[in-house]
Design a protein around this ligand. Structure first.
Ligand code: ACO
Length: 315
C-alpha cells in the first residue's frame, strides 16, 4: 500500500478530575505551597485527571481502543498489530500491548510497546505506518496510554502540578489514498538528565532546559516532515502538538507562522499526559467536529530522552 491512514480515533480519561484548586488544597495538607494562578500562568493547565489506584495503563487504553475501533468501523479481530506507547507499563513484562490484546478479547496479532516518553505516540505511529506500508500489517491499533501520576512526587511542586493520566488511540489502515504523508523521529541521549525517572525514583526535570530544547526541536521536526512531503506550513489545517505546556505550544505555532486558532489545545483540561496527549487532543478535536476528513494535520511530540518527532497527516 502507498499509505497508512487514520480510520478512527478514541480516547479515555479516568473519572477523577482534579482542578488546580483541588490539587493545591491536597498539596497544602502536606505543607507544599502552590496556587491555581501560578499553575495557569506558567503552564496553561487548569485541571488534570488521575487514575484510581487499581487502574493501570492497559485499563485506560482499553476504552480508548474500543472507541477508536467503533469510530473506524473495525472489529478487534481484524486488527493485526497493536503498538502501545507508554512510560508507565502495567508490568515490566509482558508488554502493555499484550495485556491490552487480551483485554480486547483477541489473540495472535503482533503486540508490543514503544517507550519514548512524551514523544511515544509519534514513535508508535511512525513504526505502525512503516509496518503497514511494508505490507507487514493491514490494520493497526496505535495507542498512547499513561498513568503518569504514579511517577510524581507530590512533595515536588515543580513537577507534580504538570502531569495527568489518560489514553488516546487511533486505528491505522492500509490505503491507496493519503494518509500519513511523512514522519520524522529523533533522539539525543546526551540530554537524558534534563527529564528522567531514575530506577525507583520520581520525575526529575530541569524545566527551563526542557523548555528551550522543546521549542527548537519541534520547529526542526515540523520543517523536516513538511519538506519530505513537499508541502509548506500554510498547508497545515491543524497543529496538534504534545500538550505539555501552553507556552511551549504557542512558541511552536509562532515559529511555524500558524495562528493560534489552528492549534488544538487540551492541556488546560488534561495537563501533560505524556504519550497519551497527542491522540487525546486529536480525538477531542475530531469529536468536536473541528478536525475533518481531508484536512492536513501536523502532529508533534517531544519529551524525555531527549526525544522528539513529527508527522504530517491527511486525516
Ligand atoms: N507553585 C508555585 N510556585 C512554584 C511552583 C508551583 N507549582 N513550581 C515552582 N515554583 C516556584 C519556584 O520555586 C521558583 O521560586 P523562586 O523564584 O522563589 O525560586 C519560581 O516558582 C520560578 O520557578 P522556575 O522553575 O524558574 O519557573 P519557570 O518559569 O521556569 O516555570 C516550568 C517552570 C513551568 C516547569 C517551566 O520551566 C516550563 O514550562 N518548562 C517546560 C517543562 C515542561 O513543560 N515539562 C513538561 C514535561 S516535559 C515534556 O512533556 C516535553
Amino acid at each position: 500500500p502507498a499509505y497508512s491512514r487514520i480510520l478512527g480515533s478514541g480516547s479515555y480519561l479516568p473519572e477523577r478530575r482534579v482542578s488546580n484548586a483541588d490539587l493545591a488544597a491536597q498539596l497544602a495538607a502536606d505543607g507544599v505551597e502552590t496556587s491555581d494562578a501560578w499553575i495557569q500562568e506558567r503552564t496553561g493547565i487548569q485541571a488534570r485527571y488521575f487514575a484510581a489506584p487499581n487502574q493501570c495503563s492497559s485499563d485506560l487504553a482499553l476504552p480508548a481502543a474500543q472507541a477508536a475501533l467503533q469510530a473506524a468501523g473495525v472489529e478487534a479481530a481484524d486488527i493485526d498489530l497493536i503498538v502501545v506507547a507508554t512510560t508507565t507499563p502495567d508490568m515490566t513484562f509482558p508488554s502493555t500491548a499484550a495485556l491490552l490484546q487480551a483485554k480486547l478479547g483477541v489473540h495472535g496479532c503482533a503486540a508490543f510497546d514503544v517507550q519514548a516518553v512524551c514523544s511515544g505516540f509519534l514513535y508508535a505511529l511512525s513504526v505502525a505506518d512503516a509496518m503497514i506500508r511494508a505490507g507487514n500489517a493491514r490494520k493497526a491499533l496505535v495507542i498512547g496510554a499513561e498513568v503518569f501520576s504514579r511517577l510524581l512526587d507530590f512533595k515536588d511542586r515543580t513537577t507534580c502540578v504538570l502531569f495527568g493520566d489518560g489514553a488516546g488511540a487511533v486505528v491505522l489502515g492500509a490505503s491507496e489514498e493519503p494518509g500519513i504523508l511523512a514522519t520524522a523521529l529523533h533522539a539525543d541521549g546526551r540530554q537524558a538528565g534534563v527529564l528522567c525517572v531514575p530506577q525507583g525514583e520520581y520525575v526529575h526535570m530541569d524545566g527551563q532546559a526542557v523548555f528551550k530544547l522543546a521549542v527548537g526541536a519541534l520547529e526542526k521536526a515540523a520543517h523536516e516532515v513538511l519538506e519530505k512531503a513537499g508541502r509548506t506550513a500554510d498547508s497545515i489545517d491543524w497543529l496538534i502538538p504534545h500538550q505539555a505546556n501552553l507556552r511551549i505550544m504557542k512558541g511552536t505555532a509562532k515559529k511555524l507562522g500558524l495562528p493560534e486558532e489552528r492549534m488544538v489545545v487540551t492541556v488546560h483540561e488534561h495537563g501533560n499526559t505524556s504519550a497519551a496527549s497527542v491522540p487525546l487532543a486529536l480525538d477531542a478535536a475530531v469529536r468536536e467536529g473541528r478536525v475533518q476528513r481531508g484536512q492536513t494535520l501536523m502532529l508533534e511530540g517531544v519529551g524525555g530522552g531527549f526525544t522528539w518527532g513529527a508527522a504530517l497527516v491527511v486525516y
